[in-house]
Design a protein. Structure first.
Length: 387
């Protein structure tokens, strides 16, 4: 019923877009050849990572340059366990859990840092990860990597073809996007929004800032580990060269391209940067060109793209499309402004508003409210009774 109401209400354009994207996602694997299917799977895997990174950066305000490390850790953990006799599906689940646990342990230290210090701390984590891979050949295969990784099996079903992996990856990516969307609309999601705006104000209104940061960091790492584990089973071979520092930079740029603080921007940014990367690699590997040209091209184009986006389209492709759509849509399809009547909070209790609702967004945009952004994400202050 909720879905049907959305089709006839203010969310009709978004619902139509979701249906169209879902249909295209299901049809594309039947139309693509093997090289294009690899690219298609790569976009889906990147979407998982970027969805988690969007939660971390766009909602919690914590910049990470180490998602490539968690992506690689998930891949190596799943591959090592599968090569030692674990069922592939169990190895995948264990790899995700281990990635989240490692992120929780490391995050307890790293998240004491803020801003640029946190970004450089996570970047150092990526460098440490690559160093460990190269220095432990008996366990990780060293620079050569791990080969003969078995295909993923789910019960009696063996996932072996590119097309079957394409469907699997996008089903998992869709689940990750749905989970991320639900989190942003829940009480913890509203707490993350408030925390990103002002940690002090969020803490004063009852948000456990340290706990929220740590859980969000571990969740984003789990999504990255999930993508990495599937990547290992998909290719059947992994090496340190598959997880360079540039991979973490690409994930960050995907978030910016799609739009900070948007979940739908995850697959938009992942698709855009993956395709750009493929084009730059094809140009840079042309005959008679120097071998280091692909890296130089990637770094230069990514830098220019990042500067241009932050300067002219700070809300990303999804934000730009949203603004254009609002101007072109008929009035009846636009979100209706107004306030919902909320029950009065109990004395001494903090209540969080639905910061993800159109009503709240309209209220936040009203300059007459006179409240701070952090207070807009949270609810009213503490109340007291008379007498």
């Amino acid at each position: 019923m909720r879905f049907l109401r959305s089709l006839t209400g203010a969310n009709l354009p978004a619902s139509v877009a979701t249906v169209v994207i879902g249909a295209v996602t299901l049809i594309l694997p039947m139309m693509l050849n093997a090289p294009d299917l690899i690219t298609y799977v790569t976009i889906g895997l990147s979407t998982m990572v970027v969805a988690g990174l969007s939660l971390l950066i766009g909602f919690a305000g914590q910049v990470s340059l180490g998602q490539g490390a968690f992506y690689g850790f998930g891949a190596y953990a799943a591959a090592i366990m599968a090569l030692h006799g674990w069922p592939p599906l169990l190895a995948l689940v264990a790899a995700v859990a281990m990635t989240a646990a490692i992120a929780g342990i490391v995050g307890a230290v790293l998240l004491r840092l803020e801003g640029h210090a946190l970004a450089f701390g996570t970047l150092a984590l990526q460098l440490i990860f690559l160093s460990v891979l190269n220095q432990t050949p008996s366990f990780t295969g060293g620079a050569v990597g791990l080969t003969s990784i078995p295909s993923l099996t789910i019960g009696p079903i063996a996932i072996s073809s590119y097309r079957s992996y394409a469907y699997l990856v996008w089903v998992v990516a869709a689940a990750v996007l749905v989970v991320s969307r639900n989190i942003t609309r829940s009480r913890p999601g509203r707490g993350l929004r408030a925390m990103a705006t002002s940690p002090a104000a969020a803490s004063a209104t009852g948000v456990n800032v340290v706990s929220y940061k740590l859980r969000d960091f571990a969740l984003s790492a789990a999504f990255a580990g999930l993508g990495g584990a599937i990547y290992a089973f998909f290719l059947g071979y992994i090496s340190p060269d598959a997880f360079p520092v540039m991979l973490s930079i690409e994930f960050l740029i995907m978030v910016v391209v799609g739009g900070l603080g948007t979940i739908s921007g995850a697959y938009v940014g992942a698709a855009a940067i993956t395709i750009i990367s493929q084009v730059l690699t094809a140009i840079g590997t042309a005959p008679t060109l120097p071998p280091q040209l692909p890296n130089v091209l990637s770094e230069g184009v990514y830098a220019l793209l990042l500067i241009a986006l932050l300067r002219f389209v700070p809300d990303g492709v999804v934000g730009l499309a949203s603004r254009i759509t609002k101007r072109l849509l008929p009035t009846r399809w636009r979100p209706v402004a107004g306030h919902k009547v909320a029950p009065a909070p109990a004395p001494g209790r903090v209540v969080l508003e639905d910061a993800g609702s159109p009503d709240h967004d309209a209220a936040a945009a009203d300059p007459g409210q006179g409240t701070s952004p952090a207070r807009e994400a949270l609810s009213r202050p503490l109340t007291s009774t008379d007498g």
